[in-house]
Design a protein around this ligand. Structure first.
Ligand code: SF4
Length: 187
């Protein structure tokens, strides 16, 4: 079975992607690397939910060495960008560069991300960040797919309900949390 390094952002976005990969002869090696998530408690909840699902399927899930302070340094000057703006592109690049590095270290030729399963995010930005990250590691490619089509969005909702996943109400960083708090709406 072919192996793919799979960057996982959260359990709700990951479940249907993992299921599809395994049904199509691809075994994902999960890599949880999300230094953007704030606060720490939220980070730990999302991480543990990903691990819980991976272990239920007998899959390996590796935690990246995440530092929110370093992430904040990397997005300095972009704090006031709107979602889907330049801060998000940089955020995707940070996470997918680490994933490309992880794939290279493990001798895996290709990587993907569950970020692309969320309707809140720009597929174009994710693809740009993924191919940019892959280009930094010769021999590594970004596996680009629209994980919202082919019934996968519907399956995402079913698996979320069936597994009783924690379902976050904001994207992840303090800037997206502030937006939700200011507007009183789910983002
Ligand atoms: S809104 Fe989401 S994608 Fe954009 S910078 Fe914050 S955590 Fe990253």
């Amino acid at each position: 079975m072919q192996t793919l390094a799979l960057h996982t952002c959260c359990a709700p976005c990951s479940a249907a992607v993992i299921e599809w990969l395994m049904a199509n002869g691809i075994r994902p090696l999960l890599f949880y690397y999300n230094p953007n998530i704030f606060p720490e408690q939220e980070y730990q909840i999302r991480r543990q939910e990903c691990s819980r699902y991976a272990h239920s399927l007998g899959l390996e899930a590796v935690d990246g060495d995440a530092s929110h302070d370093l992430w904040l340094e990397r997005i300095t000057g972009l704090e006031d960008e709107p979602e889907r703006g330049l801060r998000c592109l940089e955020c995707f690049k940070i996470r997918l560069l680490a994933t490309a590095n992880f794939a290279a270290e493990r001798g895996i030729k290709s990587f993907a991300t569950t970020l692309a399963a969320s309707r809140q995010k720009s597929l174009e930005q994710i693809a740009e960040a993924g191919h940019w990250a892959a280009a930094q590691y010769p021999g590594i490619s970004f596996y680009e797919k629209n994980w919202r089509k082919g019934g996968l969005s519907e399956r995402r909702r079913e698996l979320l309900r069936d597994n009783d996943f924690y379902n976050q109400q904001y994207c992840g960083c303090e800037f997206s949390l502030r937006r939700r708090t200011d507007s009183g709406n789910k983002v």
